[in-house]
Design a protein around this ligand. Sequence first.
Ligand SMILES: Cc1cc2nc3c(=O)[nH]c(=O)nc-3n(C[C@H](O)[C@H](O)[C@H](O)COP(=O)(O)OP(=O)(O)OC[C@H]3O[C@@H](n4cnc5c(N)ncnc54)[C@H](O)[C@@H]3O)c2cc1C
Length: 370
Amino acid sequence: MTTTYHHSAAFNDLAALLTGQLFLPQAADYEQVRQLWNGKVKTQPSAIARCLTVQDVIHTVRWTRSHGLPLSVRGGGHDFAGRALSEGVVIDLSQMRTVTVDPDQRTTHVQAGAMIGDLIEATTQYGLVTVTGNCTVVGMAGFTLGGGYSPLMGAYGMAADNLLSAQVVTADGQLVTANAEEHPDLLWGLRGGGGNFGVVVSLEYRLHPLTTVLSGMLIYPLGEARTVLRRLNDFMATVPDELTIQSGFIQMPEGATVLLLIPTYCGESAPGEQVIAPLRTFGTVLVDQVQSMTYNELIHQWDANAPKKGGHYYVKTQSIKGFQPEIIDALIEQGLPFSSPGSLIALHHFHGARAASVRRKLLLHCDRII
Ligand SMILES: Cc1cc2nc3c(=O)[nH]c(=O)nc-3n(C[C@H](O)[C@H](O)[C@H](O)COP(=O)(O)OP(=O)(O)OC[C@H]3O[C@@H](n4cnc5c(N)ncnc54)[C@H](O)[C@@H]3O)c2cc1C
């Protein structure tokens, strides 16, 4: 059915409705527009509608529905599994990236194509942040609709905890607002439901005052990983909400696999240094890059180390309760050695403000990227 549509004149009708551009497979720049972060995803949509306005989104939803085609939404294109692309029509929001900040109300309104970097750039000018992921080019909407873990999670919760309202084009092409008063059930679903409740066209977030963080990498030899992680497990049960500790196994440029901890303390460096001091005693610290920096600087540092666009990735995720001995054994004995130079294991620390909403004391989320 979708193959028939590749050459159908019916797409001319859709193109005529849009202020943005419609890309069909025969267009020279189609492949460049289609490409996602994960180069392994080969899905070929029948058409990609690059929307510039909410009305473009409404037209595309209604047209696609009336022609009985599958529809998907593309934000930053960083979903591991490539769910931004269907074989039917793709709504591409990448040009709808405006971010406005209300410093008095401590809120920000974000068009749904904005990336994490757009938001950080706009809010940190006012000494304010909301909860974002580690990588500037991930889409803020897709990140939030999936929950959104962050180095700020202990202090402020997940991104979804900070979502105050959203504007959504529903499957029947209506524009609705979801907030505490209007469609509160829809807002509930958007907070971590994964993006299946309509096309979100804008989002409103709560902002928090934060100028500096104390953060950076601490690297330990693989041979000490068991000892360091056992100590970390006890330590994590005692840390204040301001401190979130991401961890994982990575490969150094010369090929050695090492254990990595990234503490992020939300606040001034003097109290932060005191809080993180025990981490430096857990083992032999090969690299210590912990220092005071702005949140913007922190996220740009992460960017430099993030897996690059276009590689062929397989990602497996899992929740674990903590670094119990059997979990540490599984991470080291089954997760390692890595099968390629781009492989890594990343562990995200859910606690503090986030743990209050999930009612758990300590939880880790593990991403294994192969
Ligand atoms: C390098 C990298 C770093 C990452 N870092 C983090 C991190 O620190 N924290 C974290 O929590 N996650 C992280 N992720 C995971 C990332 O948040 C999710 O993959 C997220 O879904 C990506 O959103 P996107 O808009 O970039 O992707 P897309 O692939 O465009 O979208 C992801 C999903 O959301 C849907 N969607 C997107 N926008 C909308 C919308 N406006 N309305 C309705 N549905 C929509 C899409 O259809 C798709 O199903 C990372 C991923 C990568 C590749």
